[in-house]
Ligand binder design. Structure first.
Ligand code: SF4
Ligand code: SF4
Ligand code: SF4
Length: 318
C-alpha cells in the first residue's frame, strides 16, 4: 500500500476512535508548488490528505494555539524537531498529541525554483531527478537538487525524531560537501564590513510586517512581543535599517538554542530576505558551545533556558 494510503487510514482510525478532535495535515490546493495546511475533522476528511514535494509548511506552528485540545499532527523529520522543542518547553502537552511521522526526501523551494524559470509556475512534475516546470512561456527542466529547499540538501533528520506512528521507508541523512554549516562558515569568513553591507542591503528591503515572527512555531509571546511593546519601548517606528536589524537580532536571540532551522520565518517573508542565515549562525554556535541541537530532545531544556556555573563544552573554562 502507498505511504499516503497508510497515513490516511491511520488518521481515519484516530478520528473514528475519538483519540483526536482533529488532525493537522496537508491537502492539495490551486498552488502547484505548495500543499495547503488542512484540519481533518471527520474520518471522511482523512481521504483529502496528501504528502509530497509541496508539503512544505511546518504544521507544528499551529500547535501552541490548539493547546487543551486533542490534536493529531502530521510531521516530516524537520517538523518533528519543532514539536520536540515545543514539548521540551512545555508549550504543548504530549498527552494531548498524536504524532503521525513521515520520512521525507525533500520539498520544493518556490523561491529557488522561481529564479530559474521565466514567469509564474503553472505546474511541476518530477521524473528521475528532474523537475519539469510549465509556465506561460512553455516548459523547461530544472535539476531536482536545484529546486529543493536548501535545508533539504543538508538534512540531518529526514526521519521524525519522535512519532506515535511512522510511515514510509527510512531515508538516509544527507552529507553535504563542507558539512551542514558550510554556508554559515563561508559567510563568516568575509570581512566584517562586507557582512555588514550585506545585511544593510538585505534588511533595507524589510517591510517590518513581522510575518517572519508570526510564522515561527517558537514565537509565542503574541501581544507581548518586544518589537511592538510601548512599555518599555524597545523599537522605534522609524523605518531605518537600524530598527530592522535590531528587530532581527531580537528575534534571533529570542530563539537562540531553540530555533530548529525550519525556515518558516524566511518562507513567510514577502520580499525574500534570506533571514534564515542569521538564525543558522546562532544554531551553529549553540551546537558548538553546548553540543545542543534544538528539537532533538523533547525532555531536555535549551541551554539558554538553563543555568550552569560551568559549561563543559566551553573551552574558555580551562
Ligand atoms: S529538511 Fe529534511 S525532513 Fe525537512 S523537508 Fe527537507 S528533507 Fe524533508
Ligand atoms: S526562527 Fe525561523 S527557522 Fe527558527 S524556528 Fe522560528 S521560523 Fe523556524
Ligand atoms: S517577513 Fe520579511 S519583510 Fe516582514 S518583517 Fe520579516 S524580514 Fe521584514
Amino acid at each position: 500500500m502507498a505511504v499516503i494510503d497508510d497515513l490516511r487510514s491511520a488518521v481515519r482510525k484516530a478520528l473514528e476512535e475519538g483519540r483526536v478532535d482533529m488532525v493537522l495535515g496537508w491537502r492539495e490546493c490551486s498552488d502547484p508548488l505548495r500543499d495547503a495546511p488542512f484540519y481533518a475533522r471527520s474520518p471522511e476528511d482523512a481521504d483529502k490528505l496528501v504528502f509530497g514535494r509541496g508539503s512544505v509548511r511546518n504544521l507544528a506552528a499551529y500547535l501552541p494555539r490548539l493547546k487543551g485540545q486533542k490534536v493529531g499532527v502530521v510531521v516530516k523529520g524537520c517538523d518533528s524537531r519543532s514539536v520536540a522543542q515545543l514539548l521540551s518547553e512545555g508549550l504543548i502537552k504530549r498527552d494531548d498529541l498524536v504524532i503521525f511521522g513521515l520520512s521525507c526526501d525533500g520539498v520544493l523551494d518556490r523561491t529557488r525554483l522561481g529564479r530559474q524559470v521565466d514567469g509564474v509556475v503553472l505546474g511541476a512534475t518530477e521524473d528521475a531527478g528532474t523537475v519539469r516546470v510549465s509556465t506561460a512561456a512553455g516548459e523547461c527542466e530544472v535539476a531536482l537538487d536545484d529546486a529543493l529547499d536548501e535545508r533539504c540538501l543538508r538534512c540531518r533528520y529526514p526521519n521524525p525524531v519522535l512519532a506515535d506512528e511512522n510511515f514510509g521507508e527510512q531515508v538516509a541523512p544527507r552529507e553535504p560537501e563542507g558539512g551542514v554549516w558550510a554556508d554559515v562558515d563561508a559567510f563568516l569568513e568575509l570581512p566584517l564590513e562586507e557582512r555588514f553591507r550585506h545585511w544593510e542591503r538585505e534588511l533595507g528591503r524589510c517591510l517590518r510586517c513581522y510575518a517572519c515572527r508570526d510564522a515561527c512555531p517558537l514565537c509565542v509571546c503574541r501581544d507581548h512581543c518586544a518589537a511592538e511593546s510601548r512599555s518599555p519601548h524597545w523599537l522605534s517606528a522609524d523605518s531605518g535599517v537600524r530598527e530592522k536589524l535590531l528587530f532581527q537580532v531580537m528575534h534571533c536571540l529570542h530563539t537562540a538554542g531553540r530555533c530548529t532551522e525550519c525556515g518558516e520565518c524566511q518562507r513567510a517573508c514577502p520580499v525574500d530576505i534570506p533571514i534564515l542565515a542569521l538564525r543558522r549562525a546562532l544554531a551553529r554556535d549553540a551546537e558548538a558551545l553546548f553540543g545542543h541541537v534544538a528539537g532533538t530532545d523533547p525532555e531536555g531544556l535549551a541551554p539558554l533556558l538553563t543555568f550552569k556555573a560551568e559549561e563543559e563544552t566551553i573551552p574558555e573554562r580551562d
